[in-house]
Design a protein around this ligand. Structure first.
Ligand code: NAP
Length: 267
C-alpha cells in the first residue's frame, strides 16, 4: 500500500514495535521503501526490513517528509525519545501512539500542532491476526491509524479516550489472562493423572480450538455446542463458575489492570 512516498516512522522496535513491522512486511500495509525505523539497538525484523528497502536510524533530515510517526517506546521514557525528533518532523505528520496509558493531551502538548491518535494493538499484529482499539478526536488521524493497522488487526473504534484503558485491560492484557487459564487447565490435567507434556498439549489445543470457533456465533451458542445438558462439560462449567467465582475473578483482573493503567498515566 503506498503512502505517496511519504515515510512512516516507527520509534521503538521492541516487542510491540517488532510485531508491527512484521505485520507491515507480511501485509504490505507499509511499503518497506517508505519505512523508517528508529531503534537504539539492532533488531532482527528491522534488519529484514532494511534488506527490503527500509531505512534504519537514518539522519534526522529523513524525517522531514514523514506522514506518520508510530511511538512504540515505554511510557516511562517517551518524552526523551520524542524530544530530539520534534524539530525534524513536519507539522502535518500524524502521531500514532501505541503506548499504554499516555494521554493524547500529553502527546499533543509535546508534539503540537500535530494530530494524535492512540492505538492499543496486541502483538498478534505480527501475523495480521491482532485486535486494535483506536481513539482520536481527529477523524483524519483515525483514518491514518486505520490505514496502518486495519490490514494487521480487527480495529475497534472507541468513542471516548478513557475507554482506551478499558480496552488495554481487556484486549491488551487479555492474552496473558488466557495463557494463565491455559496453564491452570494443564496443571489440573496433570493433577488428574496426565503426564506434563500431554497435559500442556491438550490444554493448549483446547484453547486453540476455542479461538478458532466461528466468530459469527454467539459465545452462549458456542458453549451450548460443547456442553450438552447433563453432560461432562456442563458439570465442569458449573464447578468453574460456582457462585460466579470465574466471572468475579475476571472482573477483578480487568479492574486491577484498569486501575494500574490509570496510575501509570498520571503524567
Ligand atoms: N508488548 C505488548 O504486548 C504491548 C501491547 C500494547 C501496547 N504496548 C505498548 O507498546 C510500547 C512498547 O512496549 P514493548 O512491550 O514493545 O516494550 P519494549 O520491548 O521494551 O520496547 C521498547 C523499545 O523502545 C526502544 N527505545 C528506547 N529508547 C528509544 C529511543 N530513544 N528511540 C527509539 N527507540 C527507543 C527500546 O530499544 P532497545 O531494545 O534497544 O533498548 C525497546 O526496543 C509501550 O508503550 C507499551 O505500553 C505494548
Amino acid at each position: 500500500m503506498s503512502g505517496n512516498g511519504r515515510p512512516v516512522v516507527l520509534v521503538g522496535c521492541g516487542r510491540l514495535g517488532s510485531a508491527i513491522v512484521e505485520g507491515w512486511l507480511k501485509t504490505g500495509a507499509v511499503d518497506p521503501a517508505e519505512l523508517i525505523i528508529l531503534t537504539p539497538s539492532e533488531k532482527p525484523v528491522a534488519e529484514r526490513a532494511r534488506a527490503l528497502g527500509a531505512r534504519v536510524n537514518p539522519p534526522l533530515e529523513a524525517l522531514a517528509d514523514a506522514r506518520a510517526v508510530v511511538l512504540s517506546v515505554k511510557p516511562a521514557y517517551w518524552r526523551g525519545a520524542v524530544e530530539p525528533l520534534v524539530s525534524a518532523l513536519p507539522e502535518d505528520a500524524t502521531i500514532v501512539s501505541v503506548m499504554a496509558g499516555v494521554r493524547t493531551a500529553a502527546i499533543g502538548a509535546a508534539l503540537s500542532p500535530r494530530p494524535v491518535v492512540r492505538v492499543m494493538p496486541t502483538t498478534a499484529v505480527a501475523s495480521a491476526a491482532g485486535i486494535a482499539a483506536v481513539w482520536s478526536a481527529d477523524d483524519a488521524a483515525r483514518a491514518v491509524a486505520h490505514t496502518l493497522f486495519a490490514p494487521l488487526a480487527e480495529v475497534v473504534d472507541l468513542d471516548e479516550e478513557r475507554h482506551m484503558d478499558v480496552a488495554t485491560a481487556v484486549a491488551g492484557s487479555g492474552p496473558a489472562y488466557v495463557h494463565a487459564f491455559t496453564r491452570a487447565l494443564a496443571a489440573a490435567g496433570e493433577e488428574a493423572g496426565l503426564d506434563p507434556d500431554s497435559a500442556l498439549k491438550l490444554a493448549r489445543g483446547a484453547v486453540r480450538s476455542a479461538a478458532s470457533a466461528d466468530p459469527s456465533e454467539t459465545l452462549d451458542a458456542l458453549i451450548a455446542r460443547v456442553a450438552s445438558p447433563g453432560g461432562t462439560t456442563e458439570a465442569g462449567l458449573k464447578a468453574l463458575n460456582q457462585n460466579d467465582e470465574l466471572d468475579e475473578a475476571v472482573e477483578a483482573a480487568v479492574i486491577a489492570a484498569l486501575l494500574r493503567a490509570r496510575e501509570l498515566s498520571k503524567d
